[in-house]
Design a binder for this molecule. Structure first.
Ligand code: G4P
Length: 527
């Protein structure tokens, strides 16, 4: 197969949702269709189970599972699909944000009873920022759900994206009859016992006015469906793939992941319309996937489970060319040539050594502590991929050394954990103290535990009251200097020495933005 053919047949995406909406279940059903797994229950949930949030061993165990299921590759109808898993627990949201920098599209799962929830909203903000094409799967139709039109309105309003239903449900809960596929004009009838791979019974219905529909779903629901479809066609413009690819329009599907219902419709449409790998921006130019020379970037680093080995796995997203085992690649940041004798690819439950990989694929590289998030590999060109930012943390604590004899170990451990993207380190301008900022509170426990077990260092946390950290810059140097002087007690620098404003409250942030009009406040590290 040519490089171009390999690119065209690849789809790399992530499934995102608020915890419990059904992400794990949907992932599993997709893998069943792809033949990557053969029984339900094979995909272990990558979420920290409720009630186990302070159990370190559980965190470690879960982290181990999440390595195994970090990337799940499978083939479906000659399409190579790479699903990038994202941690369900919201305290690991930054991990999810970064995974979103490596995908070409996203499927959002929404619980039909609950509608759009906070975590979905936050993740959608990242998709919007990157103009990632999104598809929506409204799940759990076998349970009592909100009205489908209300759900569509809610998605449109809450996620700030135009929607276009491509399927429409007939009732829900105990009277759930099935889903009418609007673009293929057929009806899938729901029976709640198809828990495995069996397909739903499908009935071709070219004409909604036909008696056949009444026979399938009863007169009452047939009438309802005719009205609903008429309304859909009246209210929504025809599906526009270009608008979807620009990230402006989300096709919406309805179904029940646990019952394997509506999943094939979603997958069939996905392989047809979802984008294959596109161009990737760098500081100097845009890289096209079909370029001969291999390029890629590290979007995630995962520490080894075994505390005796500090080895890590770096996840490399291939952006162009053909990646080959035992080939020399330039690690741009260090200027060193490196080759990898055992790069790995990931399937549902196992990883295996691969000889080559293509744009859109994710390769696991063995790392002994040399790599950082955002590192670029090329065949010689000093490129630096952009669009892999750190996100403004929302939880902060001072970190103190709890064992004076282990100062070096602590410094090294903190340094490496920051490279892994576990959290961000700031240095206060006021007193030089080190502040750790994270997206979720659980990260502090993870850091403390890992410092102890992997680096033999001990830390202590002290509270600090900060609402949000944001990076600041301005073309007006006088105003910037004035701001930094006045806000001296709230200023810090990040690990690259850039100015960061630590706002006490949302009010003080709003006030600062109001009073210092020429200062730009950034909520991601890349601007
Ligand atoms: P997540 O990864 O998004 O957090 O969600 P997950 O797939 O783990 O699903 C959360 C819960 O919702 C699970 O139940 C799952 O069985 C259930 N679920 C998923 N899809 C459907 C659906 O279409 N209909 C219904 N009724 N339930 C669905 P649980 O009791 O929390 O876990 P489990 O014991 O079943 O694993």
């Amino acid at each position: 197969m040519t490089l171009q053919e390999e690119i065209t047949r690849r789809r790399t995406f992530a499934i995102i949702s608020h915890p419990d909406a059904g992400k794990t279940t949907l992932t599993e059903k997709l893998l069943l269709f792809g033949g990557a797994i053969h029984v339900a229950g094979a995909v272990k949930s990558n979420k920290i189970k409720k009630g186990a949030t302070s159990d370190f061993m559980e965190i470690e165990r879960q982290r181990g599972i999440s390595v195994a299921t970090s990337v799940m590759g499978f083939e479906y109808r000659d399409v190579k699909i790479n699903i990038l898993d994202t941690p369900g627990h919201e305290d690991f949201a930054e991990d999810t944000y970064r995974t979103l920098t490596a995908v070409d599209s996203v499927i959002i799962v929404i619980d039909g009873a609950k509608g759009v929830e906070t975590q979905t909203r936050k993740l959608m903000n990242v998709c919007r920022m990157r103009r990632t094409p999104v598809m929506v799967f409204i799940n759990k139709l076998d349970r009592p759900c909100k009205d489908p039109f209300d759900l569509l309105d809610e998605v449109e309003k809450e996620l700030q994206i135009r929607v276009r239903p491509l399927a429409f449900p007939i009732s829900n809960g105990t009277t759930f009859k099935g889903v009418y596929n609007l673009y293929e004009r057929n009806l899938s009838l729901f029976t709640s016992d198809e828990r495995q791979t069996a397909d739903a019974e499908r009935v071709e219905i070219r004409d909604l006015a036909s008696r056949q529909l009444d026979d399938c779903v009863t007169e009452r629901y047939a009438r309802q469906l005719r009205e609903d479809v008429e309304l859909v066609e009246g209210v929504y413009d025809p599906f526009d793939r270009e608008a979807y690819l620009r990230g402006e329009l989300a096709p919406v599907f309805f179904g029940s992941a646990i019952n394997n219902f509506g999943v094939r419709e979603l997958l069939d449409c996905f392989v047809r319309i979802a984008p294959s790998p596109g161009s990737s921006p760098t500081l100097t130019r845009s890289v096209e996937p079909a370029e001969e020379r291999m390029t890629g970037f590290v979007f995630k680093i995962h520490a080894n489970m075994d505390p005796n080995h500090r080895d890590r796995i770096a996840f490399l997203k291939i952006c162009s060319g053909r990646f080959e085992r035992n080939h020399n690649y330039l690690h741009v940041r260090s200027g060193k040539l490196m080759k990898f004798s055992s790069p790995t690819a990931f399937m549902a439950e196992k990883k295996s050594v691969i000889d080559e990989a293509y744009p859109g694929d994710i390769v696991g590289l063995h790392d002994t502590g040399n790599f950082k998030i955002g590192d670029t590999f090329t065949e010689g060109e000093p490129l630096k991929f952009t669009g892999i930012p750190s996100f403004a943390p929302e939880q902060f604590r001072y970190i103190e050394n709890a064992d004076p004899l282990k100062f070096k170990q602590l410094a090294k451990g903190v340094d490496q954990l920051m490279d892994e993207g576990v959290a961000q380190l700031f240095t206060s301008a006021l007193n030089g103290r080190k502040i750790i900022g994270t997206v979720g509170a659980l990260q502090f426990e993870v850091i403390q535990y890992r410092l102890e077990h992997e680096y033999n260092a001990a830390c202590r946390w002290e509270p600090i009251s900060i609402y949000k950290a944001c990076w600041i810059e301005s073309d007006n140097e006088a105003q910037l200097a004035d701001f930094k002087r006045r806000k001296h007690t709230n200023m810090a620098v990040d690990k690259h020495g850039r100015d960061v404003f630590l706002a006490d409250t949302s009010y003080s942030l709003a006030l600062a933005q109001e009073n210092f009009k020429e200062i730009r406040f950034h909520f991601t590290s890349e601007f």
